[in-house]
Design a binder for this molecule. Structure first.
Ligand code: 9PG
Length: 521
């Protein structure tokens, strides 16, 4: 396989091409040479790819925590948007919500590795985090040849007359060892972005995968009372306590004591209190949305921007405008309030929301910068010593601000969903399923302690009230352990036998050993 640069598209300006011992580094920017402000959605470097031995194979890295990753064959595999053609859903799973240009086009976010039937592998990646998206597209050129487009996705950022936007460099690295190529790229990105990789190995309990949104204060307290039989350090309340999406400091009727008392009682039992929130979403009937409609991003003038739909929350949710300083002050104050209650472990979910196309207060921020601004505000409020876990988050936006990150879709008390349960055509692999979480845990293992601590998602150890077989429970536990990532148990602890407790001890032992190897490398 060989490549050469054909052209820059969309006013991207290449100003440095540095050969490196193993490839090349392209340094570039985009400049508005006109006398009026312009909006830039994306710019691309276009490479001709030739001399493949057999069909090209592509590592496709998904956009956010839950987006699918795999190794796909160019020519036969399809980008999921090609079948779905659903820009609303696609906005949550790709940097660019638009459907791909043709049926052959495959895309990978932030980084890719391309191979063929030879030994030769080529990594192409963007060296940066939190500034803009970088999408690698393998596609057909006009003459039917294969092209690689390295696209800087800026989401319509506004550049004033004469203004330049410095883009993250694109690196090409040749090699034969895929894991080594990804590790080398991740080392450079992590160092450049000052990755937070020093948090201790995490062990804890999480309410979601047994109780889901039906969780009650009684459930939390019943598990807290049993937690001493397990080696937990974190005790985390998930979705289901809040009075509304957006109103995170007040509880619903299922949680009569309120958050302050719960944080206090969790801490008094000897655990670090953890809490889930979707900080950038607000329900239309929440207090925050009714009191501050001006804090909500817009879809069209006067129309609030919908960024998710969940029947359990009452339907469509709006996106807070994280490019508005008043919203950032609100998020900072929210995080400070939770921290003062005692919650020093924050699971920040559905955080892709500020990346959606829309009308945003500050047109000079890219989607990545809007997401990052929201996380930075929460970090300011929560303080340096809080453990911040990203979830549903565009991975490339948050190196250097999160301590842990969900790197796969949700597990579930089932192994693999039946194909006919697919909700959005082509996107089955984003649906909750333990097998899909396992695939992501393996494909994204290289990110652990280079960008953050990987959260492969929760262990489920129960063998009743689940559709997982004993062998599947064991297989998932082994995968989590071997990954060295975070170990959060999500069961009704009264269902766990002595065997389950033993399985947990083994998982933690394997996990700590794998994590120690990751720390020492
Ligand atoms: C709480 C949950 C848990 C879980 C998170 C996240 O595509 N979906 O409809 C979808 C719904 C929920 C979801 C992921 C995807 O789960 O990953 O751990 O916190 O929210 O609501």
């Amino acid at each position: 396989m060989q490549y050469y640069l054909l052209r820059a598209e969309g006013a991207g300006v290449l100003w440095g091409l540095k050969p490196t011992p193993t490839g090349a580094r392209y340094e570039w920017n985009v400049t508005n040479r006109s006398s009026v402000p312009v909006r830039i959605r994306s710019v691309r470097l276009v490479f001709d790819m030739h001399r493949f031995k057999g069909a090209p194979q592509v590592f496709r890295n998904g956009y956010q925590s839950w987006s699918a990753s795999d190794v796909a064959t160019f020519g036969t595999a399809r980008d999921p948007s090609f079948g779905a053609d659903n820009p609303f859903f696609q906005a949550a799973h790709h940097a660019d919500a638009d459907t791909v240009a043709n049926e052959y086009e495959l895309r990978s976010e932030w980084v890719t590795v391309i191979g063929d039937d030879s030994e030769h592998k080529l990594l192409v990646g963007f060296v940066g985090s939190g500034k803009h998206d970088g999408t690698l597209r393998l596609t057909h050129g006009v003459e039917g040849d294969v092209e690689l487009h390295a696209e800087a996705f800026l989401g319509g950022v506004e550049l004033g007359p004469g203004e330049s936007f410095q883009l993250d460099p694109v690196v090409f690295v040749n090699g034969t060892d895929v894991d080594g190529l990804l590790a080398g790229w991740a080392d450079e990105v992590g160092a450049k972005a000052k990755a937070r990789v020093d948090a201790p190995f995490q062990v804890g309990w999480c309410s979601w995968y047994h109780y889901f949104d039906k969780v009650t204060e009684h459930d939390i307290r019943a598990n807290l009372a049993r937690a001493a039989d397990f080696p937990f350090e974190v005790f985390q309340i998930d979705d289901g306590y809040q009075s509304a999406i957006g109103d995170w400091l007040t509880t619903n009727d299922k949680f009569p004591s309120g958050l302050n008392a719960l944080a206090h009682d969790i801490a008094a039992s000897g655990y670090r209190p953890g809490i889930w929130l979707a900080p950038f979403l607000v329900a239309p009937d929440s207090h925050v949305a009714r009191d501050r409609p001006d804090w909500i991003a817009q879809f069209r003038p006067g129309k609030p921007l919908k960024a998710w739909v969940n029947p359990a929350w009452g339907g469509f949710m709006y996106a807070l405008d994280t490019s508005n300083p008043a919203v950032l002050d609100h998020l900072e104050a929210l995080a400070r309030a939770l921290k003062e209650m005692g919650f020093s472990y924050l699971k920040l979910d559905f955080t892709f929301a500020p990346s959606f196309d829309g009308i945003w207060h500050d047109p000079k921020l890219t989607p990545a910068q809007r997401v990052r601004a929201g996380f930075d505000a929460i970090r300011r409020g929560a303080g340096d010593d809080a453990f911040i876990l990203g979830c549903g988050v565009p991975l490339a936006h948050v190196v250097g601000v999160v301590d842990g990150n969900r790197i796969g879709p949700d597990v579930a008390p089932l192994w693999e969903p039946a194909p006919e349960t697919e909700v959005i055509a082509g996107y089955l692999r984003t649906q909750p399923a333990t097998k899909f979480a396992q695939d992501a845990t393996r494909l994204r293992a290289f990110m652990h302690r280079r960008f953050w601590l990987n959260d492969p998602d929760c262990l489920m150890l129960r063998t009743t009230q689940t559709r997982l077989s004993d062998a599947q429970v064991d297989e998932w536990a082994r995968t989590v352990g071997e990954s060295g990532g975070m170990v959060l148990v999500s069961d009704d602890l009264s269902l766990l036998s002595g065997e389950a407790a033993q399985r947990l001890r083994e998982t933690i032992a394997t996990g700590r050993a794998a994590d120690d190897r990751a720390r020492r490398r």
